[in-house]
Design a protein around this ligand. Sequence first.
Ligand SMILES: [Zn+2]
Length: 280
Amino acid sequence: MAWFRKDKPGVEAQQKKNIPEGLWTKCQSCGEIAYSKKLEELLWICPNCDFHFRISSRKYIDLLLDGGRLEEFDSNLTSGDPLKFKDSKKYPDRIKAAQKKSGLVEGVLAGIAEVGGFEISFAIMNFSFIGGSMGSVVGEKIARAIERAIDREIPLVIVCSSGGARMQEGILSLMQMAKTSALLAILAEKKIPYFTVLTNPTTAGVMASYASLGDVIIAEPKALLGFAGPRVIQQTIGEALPDGFQSSEFFLEKGFLDKVVSRRDLRDTLIKLLRFTWRK
Ligand SMILES: [Zn+2]
């Protein structure tokens, strides 16, 4: 039988050539394939299963802030190499590679912006920069964003996404958890509202500090949230984990979250929260 014989060699290669790269995107959750342009219009939300694809911090800025404008602060802060750390790459080389790949200087952007006419101190993490890891620069920029909220008496909004502390900076990275948490306690004393938006994924040291300390904590649907990974937990406690463990929906059910909000409604939700809690 010659059913599978290629009668015209090169036909397949020719067809592949005609499809520009990135035209179609496969949903990581349901496997459905969607037209990338359509997904862009849908704010990168799967039309089939509502899975929220990861988007850049620039896209969130466009989506959430008035006029897509962020007056950025501390934009040139970069990490040192205190431990002279080297794994498969030297740490400074890893930073350079991440800067080149992401077009960002570090894992977080921070500054002053307006949302619905409310002036806020705003920070947003970017997962594409070494897994949104929190090193001393990320911690310092978050700390300064909190201080700006305190000094100017304006609400604070942080959009989180992180794989955790940046191991290349060891204890200096872990110290950021205490530093940011202590400043948030001062913000709370001043009765200035703080809202966090958790996106996929928000885990480990970030989750265990400023991500989970918001007065109101909201998350995008189906985001992976948690401290340690499921395998580590399963091995530690020696029990099977429940279905949907570490998802936004599970966190909401257990009381760790206040609301699961679609990306389409994030801006309106933030404006509503600001109206409820603050004056212009
Ligand atoms: Zn899907």
